[in-house]
Design a protein around this ligand. Structure first.
Ligand SMILES: Cc1cc2nc3c(=O)[nH]c(=O)nc-3n(C[C@H](O)[C@H](O)[C@H](O)COP(=O)(O)OP(=O)(O)OC[C@H]3O[C@@H](n4cnc5c(N)ncnc54)[C@H](O)[C@@H]3O)c2cc1C
Length: 449
């Protein structure tokens, strides 16, 4: 039985980046993934803010990994009657997820990480209430016991190790249906000359798009909150394709979906000897589901904090807490704000979103980042546009929803700096109370309200 400083389950965006950084700091690291190497990464491209690569010390992608088409699309509100506006996507570029995955894994292995493909994490190994490694199934079907001072669950939304953890730590075993998008994506051959990209926000409490910026390719997507009785995202994509007569079905990439968590991060990402990172910790933008940048950010902080804890001979919650505190302020405060806004919007009649998006009062850019300046500019726009609104009660509701979202941001900025169970409980209570004031989604089935 080998013992490592750090064992990481999941060689995705978060797992590979944490592994590489830890190995570069001199740590012994094992990284496992249930897929084979060639199966890593999604078979499509993702829209990522280019500033993130420098911030986290990952060389920026270059063509062909960096796709060249300008991101330029029209945004429609859920009613789709009025075209809203052309989205402002400055600073964001599409990156090929297969190539990014291969490059990230190569960097990790070059840094000294031991990678085991086709090896599935089954459960954490727990001794005296402390995670001391993980049990995994190797490619040949045998069970292996991997021991490590710290174990990271970076298995994406499945949270293969998280599922077996104790609720007392501040993260849930499972992510509820109302807190995840189900998705489907198909990229077809597209020879048309006139090509318009359109994104519909808010439809089915989610988003659907036809992106046609990439030469020769049309990208169809549907993703939304998974309420029972909803059509399948696969069927919605088939409908979008059928309604686009100048694209004949000819699948080039994708052809499948994957769930995306769309809630704020868990209250805590650490336990004794154990760390969550990436989608497994719900570190995704709760409105548009983007999580590459935030997963890289989280992995960078986690690796630094883990290294420093190990330097001091520590693996306990207290020593790992700075990862919680730094990520909450840097990223999760924004995401908590967006989660509150998302919950508010789905609790309102669709007509409200039609008005807000259709008249440019809320712009998708408000959903991509938050912070004080954005919040104020959105509120400023509301006040300016008040005269245009026929139903003033909408305005009051909106101001109420936005101020709850702002309070969520403020609460996250007050996340306890040090691990103090009483302070943490107080903070959690405050968060739960605030989110409990937001009404349930208007069209949620009764049992989910
Ligand atoms: C359709 C779709 C579109 C998206 N578009 C964007 C976008 O435009 N921009 C953006 O920023 N983000 C986007 N995202 C989100 C982004 O893909 C994720 O946030 C990001 O991949 C999270 O990284 P991760 O490392 O946490 O998880 P993943 O990248 O999912 O990696 C998890 C890894 O864990 C492995 N694994 C799972 N279970 C086990 C197990 N039991 N044992 C071992 N290994 C296991 C998996 O094989 C996988 O390799 C999109 C997601 C989807 C589904």
């Amino acid at each position: 039985m080998n013992k490592y400083d750090v064992a990481i389950a999941g060689a995705g965006v978060a797992g590979c980046h944490a592994a590489r950084n830890l190995a570069r700091m001199g740590r012994s690291v094992v990284l496992i993934d249930r897929r084979e190497t060639s199966g890593l990464g999604h078979d499509w491209w993702d829209n990522v803010n280019m500033g993130i690569y420098d911030e986290v010390g990952l060389p920026a992608p270059e063509p062909p990994e960096l796709l060249q088409g300008n991101i330029n699309f029209k945004v429609f509100p859920p009613g789709q009657k009025t075209f809203s506006f052309v989205a402002d996507t400055a600073g964001k570029m599409n990156v090929d997820r297969k190539m990014l995955a291969a490059r990230q894994l190569r960097y990790a292995v070059e840094a000294g990480v031991r990678f085991m493909e086709k090896t599935a994490a089954l459960a954490p190994v727990v001794e005296n209430d402390r995670v001391v490694g993980m049990l995994a199934r190797a490619a040949d079907g045998s069970k292996i016991d991997i021991r490590a001072s710290i174990t990271i669950d970076a298995t994406g939304i499945s949270g293969a190790l998280r599922q077996h953890s104790s609720a007392k730590y501040g993260f849930s075993k499972y992510i509820s249906r109302s807190e995840m998008f189900v998705t489907h994506r198909e990229i077809h051959k597209d020879d048309a000359r006139e090509r318009e990209s359109r994104v519909v926000f808010g439809i089915n409490n989610g988003v659907q798009w036809i992106h046609r910026e990439q030469p020769g390719m049309a990208d169809f997507f549907a993703g939304f909150i998974n309420f029972p009785g909803r059509p399948r995202p696969r069927d919605i994509v088939a409908g979008l394709l059928a309604a686009t007569p100048d694209v004949k079905p000819n699948l080039l990439r994708g052809g499948y979906g994957a769930p995306i968590p769309v809630r704020r991060g868990f209250d805590s990402f650490v336990a004794d000897g154990f760390v969550l990172c990436g989608d497994s910790a719900c570190q995704c933008n709760p409105i548009d589901g983007s999580g590459v940048g935030s997963s890289l950010r989280a992995a960078t902080i986690a690796a630094r904090v883990i290294h420093s804890a190990l330097e001091n001979g520590r693996t306990d919650v207290e020593a790992l807490w700075p990862y919680n505190a730094e990520y909450k302020r840097l990223q999760d405060a924004s995401f908590a704000q967006l989660h509150a806004l998302q919950m508010f919007l789905v609790s309102q009649p669709k007509k409200l979103l039609d008005i807000l998006l259709g008249r440019g009062i809320i712009k998708p850019r408000d959903f991509w980042g938050t912070g004080k300046a954005k919040q104020e500019s959105a509120l400023g726009r509301i006040i300016k546009m008040m005269k245009m609104i026929d139903n003033p009660s909408f305005i009051f509701k909106l101001v109420d929803g936005m101020s709850t979202a702002k309070k969520a941001n403020e609460l996250y900025m007050q996340f306890p700096e040090k691990h103090d169970p009483a302070e943490f409980e107080k903070w959690r209570r405050g968060v739960n109370q605030l989110f409990a004031t937001i009404p349930p989604a208007l069209d949620a089935p009764a049992e989910m309200k």
